[in-house]
Design a protein around this ligand. Structure first.
Ligand SMILES: [Mg+2]
Length: 430
């Protein structure tokens, strides 16, 4: 029997755990009377044009879509419950989930609020348990202790583990092994490989590359020609040759990953975004996730950019601005992005938007020296300290954690489950 070469690093055991329909599940977990009912997290009820920011499994089954108007969602789904987002509550559940993960390994790398990678190589060896049993136990505990289901992918690398958690959901466990990855991963569309976005997908398609298997089998020269350095990295990822470690988040270590150049998050809505209120709500929630990633990466950003796509899909552009002082404060990023949008868009019915993107670049480590006049601005310090303190308290004392008071950061109390349409990930990874 010929032994096929095992992919590099194939001895590792990496989980990717993804909490399903996160924001809606948390609302249902927190308010038992809402369990089993179709529910959406949406803009403020009093706003005539409020939109669906996240939906429960029951609402999804009724055809409700993220980004559509609340009145449309109600028309599709009589009895729909609409709740206002409670960002602090989602943070709390995110931390409670991490506390469970930490009982299995110290190597936990959060990926946004509802996802994390776990490296269990060492712990499984110590405990002697199997990967599948451990995943099943984590899944049961998340259900029993948090009231949330998870989908868990298991593999020897982060990319395939992430693929596994998306492969079957909700409430599922999928192992991607050296034996089955050609069947499971390679037949999937190229866009399902982490870090293959819309632009990359188009370029690949024009070279006849449409599946992850096509990427794996393409010649390195062709990929290099089409995608530059990124081509080689994606090819390695497609072949299961991703050896990136699961990097535990350690606030004290102040470590900066220089391969990451920017953090961005965007949304393409299925319907028009035609009012300033809706645009503002989106900007705030996109900014919140970008800011959190900056803080988790221990960096600040000095350049804030927005990307805009009009409803007719004919106009698409981006605008950016450089701040006098780098920041990772949610409110400041959101305000800057909003000002960019306001300065460039009429924000009325004449040119409705379909897509919005917020990106932060020009990254510098949080311990970089600051300019004097800015170091002296007490208000900015206060905001940054506030965000950091909240992060820290929540990390350490998840169960008694602070909630952002509405009076402090009113508009950041918005959030959204936009994962399927828009995988949130560091852009400019390469
Ligand atoms: Mg999720």
């Amino acid at each position: 029997m010929t032994e096929r070469r095992r992919p590099a690093g194939a001895h590792r055991v990496v989980f990717h755990s993804d909490m399903n329909a996160f924001y809606a599940s948390v609302e249902q977990a927190d308010r038992p009377e809402l369990r089993g009912r179709p529910l959406v997290v949406g803009g403020h009820e009093e706003l005539r044009h409020g939109i669906v920011l996240a939906k429960s499994a029951e609402a999804k089954a009724a055809g409700v879509k993220t980004g559509e108007a609340l009145w449309e969602a109600r028309a599709k789904c009589p009895g729909l419950v609409v709740v206002t987002p409670r960002y602090g509550l989602y943070q709390k559940y995110s931390l409670l989930a991490r506390r469970i993960y930490y009982q299995y390994t110290d190597l936990v790398e959060p990926f946004g609020l509802d996802e994390a990678w776990l490296d269990l190589t060492g712990s499984l060896r110590l405990v002697g348990a199997g990967a599948l049993e451990t995943a099943a136990e984590i899944s049961e505990r998340m259900k029993a202790e948090l009231g949330c289901t998870v989908s868990i992918g298991i593999s020897w690398n982060k990319i395939f583990a992430k693929f596994g958690s998306d492969y079957r959901k909700p409430d599922a466990i999928t192992a991607i092994t050296p034996e089955n990855y050609r069947d499971l991963v390679w037949s999937a569309p190229a866009g399902e490989l982490l870090y293959v976005g819309r632009a990359t997908r188009k370029k690949l398609h024009s070279s006849g590359i449409d599946t992850i298997g096509d990427i794996a089998r393409a010649s390195p020269e062709l990929l290099q020609r089409r995608l530059g350095k990124m081509g080689g990295v994606l090819r390695a990822f497609a072949r299961g040759e991703d050896e990136t470690p699961v990097k535990p988040y350690d606030a004290a270590r102040n470590e900066v990953d220089h391969t990451i150049k920017s953090y961005g998050n965007g949304l393409t809505a299925p319907h028009d975004i035609a009012t300033p209120e809706d645009a503002k709500a989106l900007i705030y929630l996109l900014s919140e996730s970008v800011a959190q990633r900056l803080r988790e990466g221990r960096v600040r950003a000095s350049t804030i950019a927005i990307g805009v796509r009009s409803a007719d899909d004919l106009v698409s552009y981006s605008r950016q601005t450089t701040l006098a002082r780098a920041t990772n404060v949610t409110g400041r990023i959101a305000r800057t992005a909003w000002e960019l949008l306001e300065a460039n868009e009429p924000l009325d019915e004449t040119r409705p938007l379909r897509g919005l993107h917020v990106r932060a670049s020009g990254l510098e480590p949080m311990d970089a020296p600051q300019q004097l006049e800015l170091a002296l601005d007490p208000r900015l310090h206060m905001l940054e300290d506030l965000d950091e303190t909240i992060d820290d308290l929540r990390r350490r004392f998840g169960n008694t954690c602070v909630q952002r008071g509405a009076e402090l950061l009113d508009e950041s109390l918005l959030d959204l489950d936009i994962k399927r349409d828009n995988v949130i990930h560091p852009v400019g990874y390469f």
